[in-house]
Design a protein around this ligand. Structure first.
Ligand code: ZN
Length: 321
């Protein structure tokens, strides 16, 4: 067995889907934080009324071109080349997190894969660069329970944000803690099941939410079910301005130009496609400012009409109001 395939095997990757010559960065054990002094902690801020939203990044991973059901690997690679973002390992996914501050509370949206995927593990030092300790995070809103969004919630059998309330949609809590679902799931989803069990155990202040829900004045959970059963977004609104963090509604290269392309971790392709088919045109019509976990840092942008199709337009972020 070659080093590459042995590594992929131990990480539970679907070997059959790995394109020849691609490097399976998924599941890489090392973290960017430990990679040496070159690691940087990018930050970008935007103001939405009285809120300051800071984009942070835990790192990135390159997803093989074969990880996008609905398109052949060669088609995804061709699209990536046309957009000048083709990486040797596939499509680069950022892992953006967002910190919302209103002067009273600090709410973090998602926690990154924390070294369990690709070149990641930077979130703790990104928070430290803002002068923040984990104890100062008052709440974490989890958009869904995939490992790349919850990995940073736990470390070494302890919760990473000891004072945080945790908000997760009830449908995701139920799905990812269901032993029958876990037993029937492919290997590459097992880390999400394992981490979900740990998160539920280690956060006594977990609140399961049901669909739309106001977390604090001006910050609400919005229902974007599809990518997972309880996949949600977070809408921040004040003074006529708004930003909706849409998590995994939009993936680089393949979205928003098409809605019939999935990502390998989506178990219900039809549900994911249905939500994108509803959401993309609505976001384009509204010109909504959105933030997406896996788009290029800081993940802020808009979905715009483009000759009968839709395209992603990055948005300015420096203290824009
Ligand atoms: Zn994700």
């Amino acid at each position: 067995m070659t080093g590459l395939s042995r590594r992929a095997f131990t990480l539970g990757l679907p070997l059959g889907t790995l394109a020849a010559g691609t490097l399976p960065l998924l599941g890489r054990a090392g973290s960017a934080a430990a990679a040496g002094p070159a690691a940087v902690t990018p930050q970008a801020q935007i103001r939405i009324g009285r809120f300051t939203v800071t984009a942070l990044a835990d790192g990135y991973a390159d997803m093989p071109y074969s990880y996008f059901p609905g398109r052949a690997a060669a088609q995804v690679e061709q699209a990536a080349r046309a957009q000048f973002v083709a990486q040797p390992g596939g499509v680069r996914f950022l892992f953006n997190q967002y910190l919302i501050e209103d002067g009273e509370r600090r709410i973090l949206i998602d926690a990154g894969p924390a070294g369990s995927l690709g070149q990641t593990g930077l979130l703790p030092q990104a928070l430290a660069a803002l002068g923040l300790r984990p104890e100062q995070i008052d709440a974490v809103i989890v958009t869904h329970m995939h490992q790349d969004h919850i990995g940073g919630l736990v470390a070494g059998g302890r919760n990473s944000f000891p004072n945080a309330e945790l908000f997760i949609d009830r449908r995701d809590v139920a799905h990812w803690t269901d032993p029958a679902k876990r037993n029937g799931a492919p290997d590459y989803l097992q880390p999400s099941f394992r981490l979900s069990a740990e998160v539920v155990r280690l956060y006594p202040r977990l609140q399961a939410t049901d669909g739309e829900r106001q977390i604090t004045r001006g910050v609400s959970v919005v229902d974007l079910t599809g990518h997972t059963p309880g996949h949600v977004g977070v809408r921040i609104e004040d003074g006529g301005n708004s930003l909706t963090m849409v998590s995994d509604m939009v993936f680089p290269v393949v979205h928003p130009g098409a809605t019939d392309v999935n990502f390998i971790m989506e178990q219900d392709h039809a549900a994911a496609q249905a939500m994108r088919t509803r959401f993309f045109p609505r976001a384009a019509e509204e010109g909504a400012l959105i933030a997406a976990t896996h788009m290029a840092f800081p993940g802020l942008g808009r979905i715009l009409p483009d000759n009968g199709s839709l395209r992603w337009q990055p948005a300015d972020w420096a203290y824009q109001s």
